[in-house]
Design a protein around this ligand. Structure first.
Ligand SMILES: [Cu+2]
Ligand SMILES: [Zn+2]
Length: 242
């Protein structure tokens, strides 16, 4: 009950209104509050606002769940013998503290057996103006080494030319100041060495090599997610919780 009140929009709105008025009270009381202090307080209020209120535009009201999608397109810098990878990476997360779940449905890999894994990461920019190159490096908001970036999804081994995989408890989030919405996903040609390559690039990007395909993460409805769950169930090429 107590938690319900704390989480209610009404409570948050009242809290924000109180905080919004408080700088004026401080100014009135002391007479010392200068413009810079007020600006600082306003900035903090703005941050609070962003953090406390749910992003109504995309969190469904009854489920309090957000969905995002990334529609992969092959890089335009592929050589003739390199695979044209397409597909989707889909995300689902309950507001505000739910863990991020993802479904990876990718096609276009060679159908030969015993392939090595392919690295998949979230990259910093959702800019595809120079193809997958302009997504720049890994999204790294906490300035840590690879593979501890929030979008370091690891290696994926294609089976029959496809990747079909569901992953839960991911470190990335769709909410708040570290939201990955608007950033990008890159599928690499090679395996991620997971920081064990004993060279500087290993701690930056896992030496995963060329970029085969990429996409920008955007808000979606629940339809794509539900369709993808069905695809995993019907194809049964991998356990949904592997
Ligand atoms: Cu990458
Ligand atoms: Zn990384």
């Amino acid at each position: 009950m107590y938690e319900k009140v704390l989480n209610s929009t009404m409570f948050k709105s009242c809290l924000l209104a109180f905080l919004a008025l408080s700088p004026l009270c401080i100014a009135g009381d002391t007479g010392n509050t200068n413009e810079e202090q007020l600006k600082d307080i306003q900035q903090k209020l703005n941050d609070l606002w962003l953090n406390l209120l749910p992003p109504q535009a995309f969190v469904t009201r009854h489920e309090r769940t957000a969905y995002a999608a990334c529609e992969l397109r092959p890089s335009f810098k592929l050589e003739a013998d390199e695979p044209a990878v397409t597909g989707q990476v889909l995300f689902k997360q309950t507001y505000p503290h739910g863990n991020l779940d993802a479904i990876f449905l990718l096609e276009g890999f060679p159908t030969i057996d015993n392939q090595s894994g392919r690295a998949i990461h979230i990259h910093n920019l959702g800019d595809l103006s120079e193809g997958c190159d302009s997504t720049v490096g890994h999204y790294n908001p906490f300035n840590v080494n690879h593979p501890r970036h929030p979008g370091d999804f690891g290696n994926f081994i294609p089976i029959n030319g496809k990747i079909r995989r569901r992953k839960g408890n991911l470190q990335a989030t769709l909410f708040g100041p570290y939201s990955v919405l608007g950033r990008s996903i890159v599928v690499h040609k090679q395996e991620d060495d997971l920081g064990k390559g004993d060279n500087p690039a290993s701690l930056e990007n896992g030496n995963a090599g060329k970029r085969l395909a990429c996409c920008v993460i955007g808000i979606s409805s629940s339809n794509l997610w539900e369709k993808a769950v069905q695809t995993l169930l019907t194809e049964k090429t991998s356990s949904p919780f592997r």
